[in-house]
Design a protein around this ligand. Sequence first.
Ligand code: PGA
Length: 251
Amino acid sequence: MRKYIVAGNWKMNTTVPEGVALAKEVAEKAASLPSNVELIVAPPFTHLSAVGQALKGSKVLLSAQNCADQEKGAYTGEVAAAMLASIPCQYTILGHSERRQYYGETDEKLVVKTRLALDNALKVILCVGENLKEREAGKHFDIVSAQIENVLFHFSAEDLKNIVIAYEPVWAIGTGKTATAAQAEEIHAHIRSVIAGRFGLDVAEDMTILYGGSCKPSNAKELFAEKDIDGGLIGGASLKADDFLAIASSF
Ligand code: PGA
């Protein structure tokens, strides 16, 4: 069964007390959400324990924004998947375009990180998406297929049950420029067909594919109404509990 998910990527925002207050507000307001929507928040590493405590007893799940490409050891500044799992964290985002762009995240590294996350019982939100130049050159379908093939094709159909895809056109992230519902849907359908080609129709149909990039209460309904858009990965609008919850109520 395909799951509907709204995940909040807080990026490098909020202090710990601010993050805890935001998480408490989200947890409280999430109580009235229908049970078929999974709500996730992804605060910075420093917040995970305290936010995890604040979410206790609620239906909101906890995600990291990244994890290391090594198991453990002398990797100063890195955080291992096993450490995240021990918080406990249920998810980690991987391959966000900001990590690809500013921190040299490659598809090869993402294969290793995804394997480590799954081995530690963390679910993965794997981000893909083209930049403006690639879109203008009409290469968006090819770029996204390559990102899916380079990472996802290293895993089994069983592994895919614990992976969620987030399609985030880089030109729409934090810019206020949302992809139209039709633009997003054609890529989502394409991603599903690439997955179907390798893993079969049933696996592809069960896969949750999120849209991300300036998703907000005013456009979420239209996006989520598309048949291949199963929710959103929300940046800016996830920093306000009311906006985040309004998006989650848009199915
Ligand atoms: P945005 O970010 O909603 O602020 O555009 C989305 C994301 O980068 O995950």
